[in-house]
Design a protein around this ligand. Structure first.
Ligand code: DGL
Length: 272
């Protein structure tokens, strides 16, 4: 038995962890941020896959039986290969889940105009995972994907609240509405972006719903654990959260504390 593992390239996955913890407070959680190598958003497929696989193996080594890739870029570029090729070899009883499918599943009830915008990292947009998965479940919904390469670096450098961030938020929000003015729902397809929520809300027309993923992923995980009691039994219940980072722990603690609004005490590890 072990904690539920939550992985992200950096701090963004903490927005998912916060919602999962709210929804499923009794489980233990082990968060791993590959902060030393973040952001992943502009990295190539092979590199994101290698880094993500290293992180998953580390979380397995730490005792996790279930790992959530709380990162759209990793979910888009590595999840399928890990599920299909690596898991059967490493340990077929363990599971790795992503954030894109649970988010897309919720889309059907969210958009009335059937025009949806997705803001995400360049890697996620280039993979077209959101368009592809939406077309499978809701062929009547049109998806406009816009890459926002500057948003993660701003957040990782604690500049999300600065006036400098306004320029880049306005730039990409305008691009979304220019590309498809009929959009009524904007998905935040990157786990970092809830940190820019207030600025995005200000830039988008009032009629457009802004949808972060945290609650959708948390709800989907609760449902998964109910449908898979054999996996729920492998997850320890002590209500704890522990943190691993590949960067300096003091640096991680101070920024992660802002994301989670509570003190964080992390430990450094090396991947690869
Ligand atoms: N938080 C990650 C995501 O959801 C990405 C960030 C990165 O570029 O590292 O895509």
């Amino acid at each position: 038995m072990g904690p539920i593992g939550i992985f992200d390239s950096g701090y963004g996955g903490l927005t998912i962890l916060a919602e999962i913890k709210r929804r499923l407070p009794d489980f233990d959680y082990l968060y791993l941020g590959d902060n030393a190598r973040a952001p992943y958003g502009s990295r190539s497929f092979d590199v994101v896959y290698d880094f993500t696989l290293q992180a998953v193996k580390e979380l397995f080594r730490q005792g996790c039986h279930l790992v959530i890739l709380a990162c759209n870029t990793a979910s888009a570029k590595a999840l399928r290969s890990i599920q299909q090729h690596d898991l059967p070899e490493i340990d077929p009883t363990r599971r790795v889940l992503g954030v894109i499918i649970p988010t897309v599943e919720a889309l059907g009830n969210l958009s009335e105009s059937r025009h949806v915008g997705v803001v995400a990292t360049p890697g996620t947009v280039l993979s077209h995972s959101y368009s592809i998965e939406t077309a499978k479940l809701f062929p009547d919904i049109g998806v406009t994907e816009v890459a926002c390469p500057m948003w993660v670096p701003l957040i990782e450098n604690n500049e999300a609240d600065s006036p400098g961030a306004d320029y880049f938020v306005e730039k990409y929000c305008r691009e979304v509405m220019r590309t498809d003015p009929l959009i009524d729902t904007l998905l935040l397809g990157c786990t970092h972006y809830p940190l820019l929520y207030r600025k995005i809300r200000r830039e988008m027309p009032d009629r457009v719903k802004i949808v972060p993923q945290g609650q959708l992923v948390a709800e989907s995980l609760a449902d998964y654990l109910q449908r898979h009691p054999e996996m729920a039994q492998q997850c320890t219940r002590g209500g704890s959260m522990s943190f691993l980072t590949t960067e300096n722990p003091e640096k991680f603690n101070s920024l992660a504390g802002l994301f989670l609004q509570q003190p964080v005490d992390s430990r450094r590890i090396q991947l690869g």
